[in-house]
Design a protein around this ligand. Structure first.
Ligand SMILES: Cc1ncc(COP(=O)(O)O)c(C=O)c1O
Length: 356
């Protein structure tokens, strides 16, 4: 095989197949060549893995994760799921859609991060409501306090006799299970690359935790030579006192434990590039705006303002600085996030493109 050790790949797939899982999305997602971006940047061949097309309320990386997470919830007899994150959270949107599809009742406690603007029924919030989630917008200072509110809320439902499954950020203890979905995605990519006779040199993904953790443990286990580059959308990990490589390798190792695989990651196995966050989480940079426009006009790839645009901005910068060359093959993993575009419309700078 071009990108992996075949016995190790087989071992990984067998371990994944043992996990409880519900079917929610269209897999495999496409792996496509991007002729426009490749031409425009005059560097390596750029390919894209379309996890924005998982097909669940517009798709994204969390859809894969809920196949495993709700698989476990269903197996444990849950009938109600309680979770929450920011108002425009892609995680919550895909949780609402996954619950609708599996007949689970979904309760979301969403945190305002943009003041009154977050009350607008737009983007992810609009889709949460359409998917039947019971949504409350709460004012809590940070995600730690939000986690406590979610657990309290879940306890109330439990006291009423409901069988409740607590999701993020109420329960941050199952991150290895979320990562299993991206160990699965890595195996899928390897098989698609094999079928296309594509030897991938580098893979870029927006991640600060479970996505990269799953990819990285799978990569190491199947002895792939691909260099995995993660670009977090926030400046520091949400767990204080740790670096991204420490957090991501620990999540990958939890995934290996769940799958009973002997492979373990060290922080040194993880590459996290922190140069493209800009002023902060959810605040667009000029480079991200440029990346969004370039991907749209070159290959009709629509990026989101919070995650994927900053990651492509990083890849573009590495190509322009000559670190990646013609003849090399780079895979950009599109993790979704489309609905947030509509909620962030006024920050995209698209007014300048209108012909007056
Ligand atoms: C569109 C999108 N891309 C990337 C990520 C990063 O994923 P993680 O850091 O959980 O691996 C997220 C997380 O919410 C996301 O919504």
């Amino acid at each position: 095989m071009l990108n992996a050790h075949p016995d190790r790949l087989c071992e990984l797939k067998t371990a994944l197949a043992r996990r409880p899982r519900v079917s929610l999305i269209y897999l495999p997602t496409p792996l496509e060549f991007c002729p426009g971006l490749t031409r425009e940047l005059r560097g390596p061949d750029i390919w894209i893995k379309r996890d924005d097309l998982t097909g669940l309320a517009t798709g994204g990386n969390k859809s894969r994760m809920f196949e495993y997470v709700l698989g476990e919830a269903k197996a444990a007899g849950a009938e109600t799921v309680v979770g929450g994150a920011a108002v425009q959270s892609n995680y919550c949107r895909q949780l609402a859609a996954s619950c609708a599809k599996t007949g689970l009742e979904c309760h979301l406690l969403l945190r305002r991060v943009r003041g009154k603007k977050d009350d607008e029924i737009q983007g992810g919030l609009l889709l949460d409501l359409l998917c039947g989630a019971k949504v409350q917008i709460v004012d809590v200072p940070d995600w730690v306090a939000q986690g406590e509110s979610i657990r309290q809320y879940a306890r109330k439902l439990q006291q009423q006799g409901r069988r409740v499954y607590v999701a993020r950020v109420g329960d941050e203890s199952r991150l290895g299970l979320y990562a299993c979905a991206y160990a699965h995605a890595f195996a899928e990519i390897i098989e698609q690359a094999e079928a296309a006779k594509l030897k991938i040199d580098e893979m870029w993904v927006c991640s600060s935790d479970t996505t990269q953790g799953g990819l990285a443990i799978a990569l190491k286990h199947i002895q792939s030579s691909i260099r995995l580059v993660g670009v977090p959308a926030l400046a520091k990990p949400i767990t204080p006192g740790y670096t991204f490589p420490e957090c991501i390798s620990a999540i990958g190792n939890e995934c290996a434990e769940i799958l009973a695989l002997p492979t373990r990651l060290q922080p040194g196995d993880i590459t996290s590039v922190l140069d493209y966050v800009g002023p902060g989480y959810g605040i667009l940079t000029d480079a991200a705006r440029e990346a969004m426009r370039m991907a749209g006009r070159s290959d009709a790839i629509i990026l989101d303002p919070v995650y994927t645009s900053k990651t492509l901005a990083g890849l573009i910068d590495h190509i322009r600085r000559g670190r990646l060359r013609t003849g090399q093959k780079v895979l950009f993993l599109h993790t979704g996030g489309l609905p947030a575009l509509f909620a962030y419309a006024d920050t995209l700078g698209l007014q300048d493109l209108l012909i007056q």
